[in-house]
Write a new protein. Structure first.
Length: 156
């Protein structure tokens, strides 16, 4: 992370508890100092982003700088959630990286068409996942400039 930058919140949307745990462990192993928050499905993701239900108090739902999104989730899948995020003027600036087991060309094309910033197939080993998280960390937190959080309005 560049000097003077505050760590951003990473929001991980994945219904698989083991995958969430491995992703959090891989982020820790890659020495990223970012906070990670997890949601378990697309409806929970949208509740978080719109600060509804359990996420109503702003302290419970800090604006994420990056969403790691699984495509195959119950209730509302990642494809639908991605389209909803990118069609919302308050949310569309949030970078969304699809992190999924799918390698289907159709999913890759539709994810980019829907506004995904990147598409990554989940590695099959923990070591592979650590390497992916290190790469994500270098790119998203050291190289690119992300929009600052809104000073006014819904997000603070």
């Amino acid at each position: 992370m560049r000097i003077g930058r505050k760590p951003i919140v990473i929001l991980l949307a994945d219904d698989d508890e083991e995958d969430r745990m491995l992703a959090c462990d891989a982020l820790a192993e890659s020495r990223l100092s970012n906070d990670i928050t997890c949601v378990t499905d697309g409806e929970d993701l949208m509740d978080y982003l719109h600060r509804r239900g359990n996420y109503a108090p702003p302290v419970e739902a800090p604006r994420p700088g990056l969403i790691l999104l699984d495509l195959n989730m119950p209730k509302k899948d990642g494809r639908e959630a991605l389209r909803e995020i990118k069609s919302d003027p308050e949310l569309r600036q949030i970078s969304v990286v699809v992190l999924t087991t799918s390698k289907a060309e159709e999913d890759i094309y539709s994810s980019y068409d829907s506004g995904a910033s990147s598409f990554i197939s989940k590695p099959v080993t923990f070591e592979g996942l650590v390497e992916v998280m290190k790469g994500l960390g270098r790119y998203w937190f050291e190289i690119v400039d992300l929009p600052r959080q809104h000073e006014q309005g819904k997000w603070k």
